[in-house]
Design a protein around this ligand. Structure first.
Ligand SMILES: Cc1cc2nc3c(=O)[nH]c(=O)nc-3n(C[C@H](O)[C@H](O)[C@H](O)COP(=O)(O)OP(=O)(O)OC[C@H]3O[C@@H](n4cnc5c(N)ncnc54)[C@H](O)[C@@H]3O)c2cc1C
Length: 402
């Protein structure tokens, strides 16, 4: 298998990088570099810049409004955004509910929702997890009962990323509690977040950020036309969506950008024996991570090249579980090394707290103050999208037949 990029693919990557360089607002880039989430306004503006170029839904086929790229181009595009660093197109719409609607939606649902995902008129969130249903998602208890032309939904979702920004939620709901198996009798329902009966409560994570929420649904009326596919077979949509969510979670571009940055930081940071970058222990560990990133990149290209040859079959390779595990472990190792480089500077509060009196805390660079919050925040990579333990189970089944 030839893993080298063709001339055309190299030109494509250059075109994407040049576009990002020219079009990305410096404030958005700076925020991404700091490791903070972009603001909603920055994210929407960037998504629309990509939409104007025809690039906001990179995984969609042409007939659905996408660029119709092959897996290699999709990979190169995503990596270029990560390496810039620039926000990805809003993933809950473009990578999750969008592909589900393309595969399972009615023509009316496609007409209504897909164009609004392309231009991010609607911000989507994912209502799958519940307090007692995470890895064991099929044990979810939020119910939906049909009354005339409406589903009446009651229950609780949790860990719902950016629900406080969302216009819509795609949710798994139990439509038939008497079904023989827990996976049966589940529906995939599109819920307007402005519906009466919805309460969104923030969960502040250990780094102090508001990224995730609890969503309570109390007798929420949802038009029957918002059910995607068979109301008893939403599990098929969920499986399809989760396998797509995992693909592209290697985050090689982020790792490369963070390593580049860490090298720059280490060259400017003093250690007891001179510059940190010259410290043999630090250098060895950084080099080891860099080798791991290279290996991950080659594995990604191998998976992507194999996908490109499976014409017509758009299902991701089970090896995407491996990419997710290694990608998250590598980012967590980079976060640990950055924390060590920051030393006691990691104890400072990040700049986001403008009222902090400047004479109480010695001034430390923002990257150092952000190193501890980021270390804590990045624990999420081995949890969401299916925990790393669950990914290992998937691989054990797919590759070892266990
Ligand atoms: C930052 C963040 C954002 C998230 N965003 C969303 C979102 O937008 N929408 C959404 O629906 N969900 C979201 N989630 C939820 C996420 O999908 C779940 O946290 C995840 O599926 C794990 O479920 P759980 O938290 O209930 O843990 P549990 O399933 O209770 O797992 C606890 C531990 O047990 C392990 N474990 C469980 N079962 C097995 C098994 N069979 N074999 C081996 N080990 C096992 C797990 O790996 C884990 O270490 C988010 C989570 C986080 C942290």
């Amino acid at each position: 298998m030839d893993l080298r990029l063709s001339e055309e693919e190299r030109r494509f990557r250059e075109e994407v990088c040049a576009f990002i360089d020219a079009a990305l607002d410096p404030a958005t880039r700076a925020r991404m570099e700091s490791g903070r989430l972009p603001t909603k306004e920055q994210w929407v503006a960037w998504h629309r810049t990509l939409a104007a170029r025809g690039w906001s839904v990179p995984d969609w086929p042409k007939e659905a409004g996408g660029p119709g790229w092959d897996p290699v181009r999709r990979y190169l595009f995503r990596e270029a955004l990560q390496a810039a660093p620039a926000p990805q197109p809003q993933q809950f719409g473009t990578q999750m509910v969008g592909p589900v609607l393309i595969a399972f939606g009615t023509e009316a649902q496609k007409r209504r929702f897909l164009p609004r995902i392309v231009t991010l008129e609607d911000w989507w969130c994912q209502g799958f997890s519940e307090p007692e249903a995470g890895s064991d998602l099929a044990s979810l208890r939020t119910t939906a009962r049909l009354e005339g032309e409406h589903w009446i939904v009651t229950g609780q979702k949790t860990w719902t990323t950016l629900a406080h920004w969302a216009d819509w939620m795609f949710a798994l709901v139990r439509t038939d509690p008497s079904a023989a198996k827990p996976q049966e009798g589940i529906g995939f329902l599109l819920i307007d977040m402005r519906s009466p009966g919805i309460t969104v409560r923030p969960i502040l994570t250990i780094d102090g950020e508001h990224e995730v929420n609890e969503v309570f649904l109390d007798e929420v009326r949802v038009p029957a036309e918002n059910m995607v596919g068979d109301p008893r077979r939403g599990w098929d949509c969920a499986k399809f969506l989760l396998s797509h969510e995992r693909a592209g979670q290697a985050r090689v571009g982020i790792a490369k950008e963070r390593i580049r940055r860490l090298k720059r930081i280490a060259a400017e940071t003093r250690s007891p024996r001179g510059r940190l970058i010259d410290d043999p222990s630090f250098r060895d560990r950084l080099a080891a991570i860099e080798v791991e990133v290279k290996a991950l990149e080659i594995t990604c290209l191998r998976v992507v090249a194999a996908e490109a040859t499976r014409a017509g079959d758009r299902a991701p390779d089970p090896a995407s579980s491996l990419l997710k595990i290694r990608g998250s472990e590598i980012l967590q190792a980079i976060a640990t090394l950055t924390l060590e480089a920051a030393g006691e500077g990691a104890l400072a509060a990040p700049e986001a707290e403008p009222d902090r009196p400047s004479n109480e805390v010695p001034s430390v660079p923002d990257w150092a103050a952000m190193s501890a919050p980021l270390w804590m925040n990045w624990r999420k990579f081995s949890i969401y999208g299916g925990t790393n333990e669950i990914q290992r189970n998937i691989m054990a089944k797919a590759f070892l037949g266990l």
